[in-house]
Ligand binder design. Structure first.
Ligand code: SF4
Length: 103
């Protein structure tokens, strides 16, 4: 194997491992609790149907984390990281006032 090819493979494997590790790190991130100060500030609920509709009139039925543009989990994941909470995991069926419908 030529040195440049070996270097490329080693670099590619390194990048793939780093990516796998960071995905794993995100998957292991702690879950956001409703008592978290950021969660309270954003009106986060683990269950979107429990959102305080009087306080958050913008909430519409059907809106939940896994159809929000900020959600970083897969659509089928029960929890996924959210940048609004510094990468901590939010419930796929949750909601907060930073909700932004995925295009
Ligand atoms: Fe859920 Fe979106 Fe709020 Fe994050 S920003 S907690 S994904 S609704």
């Amino acid at each position: 194997m030529k040195s440049s090819r070996r270097t490329f493979l080693i670099t590619s494997l390194g990048a793939a491992s780093a990516l796998a590790l960071s995905r794993q790190a995100l998957a292991d991130a702690p879950k956001v609790t409703e008592s978290d100060p950021t969660a309270q500030a954003l009106g986060y609920k683990e269950d979107a149907t429990k959102v305080d509709k009087a306080k958050y009139a913008k909430y519409k039925a059907g809106e939940q984390c896994n159809n929000c543009s900020f959600y970083q989990g897969k659509a089928t994941d029960a929890y996924g990281p959210c940048p609004m909470f510094g990468g901590k995991q939010v419930n796929a069926k949750g909601w907060c006032s930073a909700y932004n419908k995925k295009a």
